[in-house]
Design a protein around this ligand. Sequence first.
Ligand code: ADP
Ligand code: ADP
Ligand code: MG
Length: 658
Amino acid sequence: MFSKILIANRGEIAVRVIKTCRRMGIKTVVVYSEADADSLAVEMADEVVFIGPAPASESYLVQDKIIAACLQTGAQAVHPGFGFLSENASFAQRCADEGIVFIGPNPGAISAMGDKIESKKFAEKAGVSCVPGHIGEIDDTAHAVKISEEIGYPVMIKASAGGGGKGIRVAHNRRDVEEGFPAVKSEAKSSFGDDRIFIEKFITSPRHIEIQVLGDKHGNVVHLFERECSIQRRNQMVIEEAPSPLLDEATRAAMGAQAVALAKAVNYDSAGTVEFVAGQDKSFYFLEMNTRLQVEHPVTELITGLDLVEQMLRSAAGEMMAFRQDDLKINGWAIESRIYAEDPYRKFLPSIGRLVRYDPPVEGQHEGYTVRNDAGVREGDEISMYYDPMISKLCTWAPTRLAAVDGMARALEDFHIEGLGQNIPFLAAVMDQERFRTGALATSYIVDEFPDGFDGTTPTAFQIDVLTAAGVAMHRVMSARAGSPARNDWMVFVGHASRAVAVADTGEGLTLTLADDGRVMSLTDVVWRPGKAQFRGRLDGKAFTVNVAPAAEGFVIRHRAAKQKVLVLSPRSAELHGKIPEKKPADTSKMIISPMPGLVVSMDVEVGQTVREGEVVCVIEAMKMQNIIRAEREGVVKVISAKGGDSVAADEVLVEFG
Ligand code: ADP
Ligand code: ADP
Ligand code: MG
């Protein structure tokens, strides 16, 4: 085994690799850019090497710098993580030429699987079922139309060199192909420098199911069952799980056997993933193979008990796999939620900034579920605009799927982040949806279930009780501190609805009697003090955690995706409260406001210009994503407050119309 390796990556995955190395007694070297000088990975590594400016193209992607860092520190091998150089065959070859072991598959396997047309040819030969379509290059639009009509609409036009959800378009008819084919071709040319295109059948409402494979340098290949990754937005996964609720034993065995056959066909000798789209009828078709460790690998580790990074290190060091297919079993169910720095209330746009508060749930055993949280950040760290917007990967494991889902909902309650937008309320909303709970998944899930975007959920009866109880308990503590005379009858407003509540202290907690129907609720095990943003307790024995923020006269309390203003008032104040008119929000219809923090790529209008509805006003970029901002109505530009190259904050006014 190696005694020292270099990690050519950053963030969460760099930390993840260090953890396994520490356990195995392997020293680690971490390379870092200017933006990562104070990162957790840098703090945890045994040695660090600075490799340049923040943009990945000037640091993490520069092969010369990575190779030099290995030679300088005497690292015997490189773990590439995912993204960056992980699927770069020429880098794997460079390592081999320099006598450095690449902790991943051999360069031949990477290049064979790196191209979608080539990999489909391999797959067909290995007996893998491919999406019906045309496995070969298509030269012009007329040819594309002919092929599409042979396959039958809808079809998918894809760039052979595509990845990360780019260079893909669905066509439902001849016109879509005539328009889409040249568009994908030019996108492929500009994004990947390779404009080879192919066309395949578009599987309607499919599920994304992938098989984890593992090989060694002695010809052994096994599969570690499947993961389902159907909950996606913008072709990017958000929630993954293992196993898949769709598969039965026979389908699982068939998919596993095909994945192993494909891996063997390319002499696969590390951890990798064979991706399929599956129909709701359990038909399945090969999509592509990812020749690296996958972001969502923890769910596989949780159900198999294997450490995939350890397995990659062992196979890279030439060890023989210590188990066979028959030794592997699925144990329980695991779910992963990707906690992203993005604003779910604003179409999931990136939200960069400082983690002013970062308080994840405790890892390990909880009541009925286990928590694992893979993160590369600490409180006070900054999520910058240079890299992936992922904050952490929160996983839960339990013996059954529903217990893992319930555990995830609880773990999300216990995750507290302040300082930037994050998608925890959105993830919580999904955990509470009946469709998710029954496992009726599809890649269109988010679009189906949130057609108008996400705006939180209306509180359920239980949640109204939770918000009421937490509000009353906090109000009691605050009034006692303020020296107000104790009183026991209150009007509690949760949003616009109010109810009369009588409170009593039992010594072990509070009882709350609702005046309407005489129902008595019992609040126990409270953990909270003024200034704390999380309030924990049990309502009628059921554990909950809510997020609280002070607001005028009361609190804003969020339980999962339900967020409400809660006021606890004396009956007299409640009467007056009903008479105060509501404040109207400011009129922003004559302004263009930045929807996210980022960099202004271009300001496309001038003062005095008449702009029509839908016309491009400016382009803002953050975290690899460009956001084109269009005028919502016609108007004449009066003031411009930002120009190309400026950094802007969320909600900053960019343009005002007269
Ligand atoms: P796929 O959908 O192709 O399976 P994954 O969801 O597994 O992709 O994510 C891989 C992607 O993660 C990379 O293509 C890259 O955009 C992104 N990435 C690269 N480096 C990092 C990193 N250090 N942390 C988080 N994400 C990263
Ligand atoms: P990438 O390299 O960007 O990951 P993939 O070929 O893996 O590209 O496709 C990305 C996503 O697009 C898949 O996870 C799936 O949701 C969807 N997709 C791809 N091909 C098809 C298809 N033929 N029919 C339906 N959906 C598809
Ligand atoms: Mg893919």
